[in-house]
Write a protein that binds this ligand. Sequence first.
Ligand code: CTP
Length: 414
Amino acid sequence: MSAGAERSPFAGRSVLVCVTGGIAAYKAAALVSELVQLDLRVRVVMSAGARRFIQPLTFQAITGERVVTDLFDPDHAGVQHVQMAAAHDLVVVAPASANTMARLAAGAADDAVAAAVLASPAPVLVAPAMESTMWDKPATQRNVERLAADGMTIIPPETGRLASGAHGIGRMAEPAAIARYVRRALGAGGDLRGRTVLVTAGGTREALDPVRTLTNRSSGLMGRAVATAARDRGAAVTLVTTAAAEPEPGITPVPVESAAEMARAVKRCLPICDALIMSAAVADFRPAAPAPGKIKKADRPALTIALEPTEDILAALADGRDGWQRPAVVVGFAAETERLLEEARRKLEAKRLDLIAANRVGADRRPFGAARVALTLINRTGINRTSTVEPLPELNKEQAAHRLLDRVAALLGT
Ligand code: CTP
């Protein structure tokens, strides 16, 4: 995210990462690297156990900050660990050993990690890592419940190969997954906090027979970027999507395939939404009579498919069709090969949108599946509902999503 001229939404925020004893301590280096790449300032505290698995120098090299290892370090003795803990927006304990969780549950402050967690007023994320036998013990489960009841967020361990070679639950969540929890926690106070945003993503697939579908080139990346960015600004997000993806904390996925399924899911979710962002490429037509069995080529020299129109979700909202509840802000996308602004303006009016993101589609298939995009934002303002046009530079999709959400937040009056 630090690539390009745009500032990361997390720039200037800081995270204290507490690393405790366990083989997963090596994965904490990858986590810290991910956090640094979000432009976060990261400080690492290590327990004595952690230092048996990985050297402080590793974290120092990644963060550019001295690693805290000792409660009685001359630099951090006395109340200094309190000041250090207070200077961060978030604390992450990863990996959290069974022993560490027991000490945190008891409110201990007998080493640098426990003291930092106890002294910090910031939210705490805990990523446990241990053998299944230890995880399953009533004492550990009691401690997990205690920490959750105390307000800490437990990032569930995964099932897989453990350090002992056994297969079971207890592997620390992957660094990328922990980073997603960090983003959600840091975004909780953002300008979309308390708002519910519904985003659609991906190209719909319309059944031709049980094996084949008619679809388009949309990858769903733009919609996913909008959903992630909205979550990172504090919104509760529902993502109605045709594209499979990793689970994201703070984003409720609603998997769909066809335009009809997408329309039903959107209609169902709308009553609790403040904003709808339709970035999905919804098919305009579907096979009128999908075959019940696989169509065989031997049966026919040529195939003609009769198509019928699908429901237009945004048009249904604009017309106030039965059961469709319009949220405060409605955003559309327009992917066009020609007359980009003219077509986008026409859709803005016809679908009574507050904002449309126009997107040029080239013969080279860009921007489908691409990391970067050059959107033009057009919204309606003033008593005459005149439109304003803002061409954005080429940005990565997440940066473009934030620019779009700047407008959504303004329209919501946040
Ligand atoms: N859209 C929708 N329901 C449909 C088709 C499109 O809600 N059945 C939404 C898209 O998600 C997008 C906007 O309408 O936000 C514009 O979609 P687009 O395909 O560009 O426009 P169409 O109205 O379908 O017109 P055309 O395909 O002729 O350009």
